[in-house]
Ligand binder design. Structure first.
Ligand SMILES: NC(=O)C1=CN([C@@H]2O[C@H](COP(=O)(O)OP(=O)(O)OC[C@H]3O[C@@H](n4cnc5c(N)ncnc54)[C@H](OP(=O)(O)O)[C@@H]3O)[C@@H](O)[C@H]2O)C=CC1
Ligand SMILES: O=C1Nc2ccccc2C1=O
Length: 313
């Protein structure tokens, strides 16, 4: 990964740094793992999953330094263990976690337990996981944000941000708080079949200098989340083989690079060493503007959303 490659991409906002290095693609600990834990008997949910520790170690040993976790995933213990076993210094890693507003625990309390579970003094990035909780809790986005700002002032969090926020959600924060405490990241679902998680969000975040993180960037390859694994007839399948051939890259590398060039920092995950290495290599090539436009065009003929369907559609 060279710095020149990274600088050439819109999305690589250099304000987020890890020991002087720019923030790059992150390895996720959600979806598969949170569902796996949820399916376990209650007394076993706190037991760390060895398979996830191994997967994280594989990622860290192969060059990842950005880990994405969340309170709702219950994967903090695995992250803590993998970081410990990796021997990598804390300051050489970027750890993101997210506030689970549905749990009816305040953000201040959640930050305290998150730091304890992760066995760290600070988080690099802390996000409000979703804005949809106000119907269920007597706690508002503004109240949570105020406590998150306080934690930032106390040095417990380096950067603050949000996830799954729409323009109206973001504007509430802009209205209620000083620019110094505006969110620097919005982590949302992004892939060719969902180029705007909510109306106008991509351009809006870019204009407001909010770094976009893309979760579920590989959705066009396998719609695992919905159980619809057969994507053979999907429109992108028609152009991916030729692009793969042209750039001598795998389908997933093309899709991750596409996310990067669209201004998103991808968050992805894999248990396979070959795939882990491939994902890091997305900084070593560039898609032409015409090919990005082709993916845009072909992708926009099909709509697919993996997460939070009832909240958005
Ligand atoms: N803020 C939010 O609301 C959300 C955040 N997230 C975050 O984003 C992360 C990534 O999202 P996720 O849903 O996992 O989506 P991804 O699109 O990254 O898919 C990951 C899955 O793809 C498989 N995979 C990886 N590479 C390939 C390949 N080349 N060919 C076929 N399969 C492949 C992996 O399986 P294998 O191990 O076999 O390689 C893994 O199960 C989450 O872990 C979480 O941290 C996710 C959803 C919502
Ligand atoms: O990683 C995630 N997988 C999910 C599934 C449902 C709701 C939120 C999430 C995540 O954040």
């Amino acid at each position: 990964m060279t710095k020149d490659n990274i600088d050439s991409v819109d999305s690589a906002k250099n304000f987020c740094t890890v020991s002087g290095r720019p923030l790059v693609i992150g390895t996720g600990t959600g979806t598969k793992w949170q569902w796996l834990k949820k399916g376990r008997p209650i007394e076993e949910r706190n037991k760390p999953i060895q398979e996830l520790i191994d997967q994280l170690l594989l990622a860290l040993n192969n060059g990842y330094y950005h880990i994405d976790t969340a309170e709702i995933y219950t994967t903090h213990p695995e992250v803590a263990e993998a970081v410990k076993q990796s021997g990598i210094k804390r300051e050489d890693l970027w750890i993101t976690s997210k506030y689970n507003p549905y749990r009816q625990v305040t953000a201040a309390e959640a930050i305290k337990s998150t730091l304890a579970e992760l066995q760290t003094d600070y988080l690099d990035l802390y996000l409000i996981h979703a804005p949809f909780f106000e119907d269920e809790a007597s706690y508002s986005i503004e109240m949570a944000w105020k406590e998150i700002i306080e934690a930032k002032k106390q040095g417990k969090i380096r950067y603050i941000g949000v996830s799954n926020f729409s323009i109206p959600n973001l504007e509430r924060i802009f209205k209620a708080f000083e620019p110094e405490f505006y969110p620097v990241v919005n982590q949302i679902e992004f892939h060719a079949y969902l180029q705007n998680q909510s109306a106008g969000i991509t351009d809006y975040c870019k204009k407001r200098n909010i770094l976009l993180e893309a979760y579920a960037p590989l959705t066009p390859l396998f719609r695992i989340q919905s159980g619809e694994a057969d994507t053979e007839g999907d429109p992108l399948r028609k152009i991916l083989p030729a692009l793969s051939d042209k750039y001598q890259k795998t389908d997933s590398q093309i899709l991750l690079r596409y996310a990067l060039q669209k201004g998103y920092l991808p968050i992805t995950t894999s248990s396979k060493v070959q795939r882990i290495r491939e994902t890091l290599a997305i900084y070593e090539f560039e898609l032409s503007a015409d090919d990005v436009a082709l993916i845009d065009k072909q992708g926009s003929t099909f709509h697919f959303r993996s997460f939070f369907n009832s909240n958005f559609d």
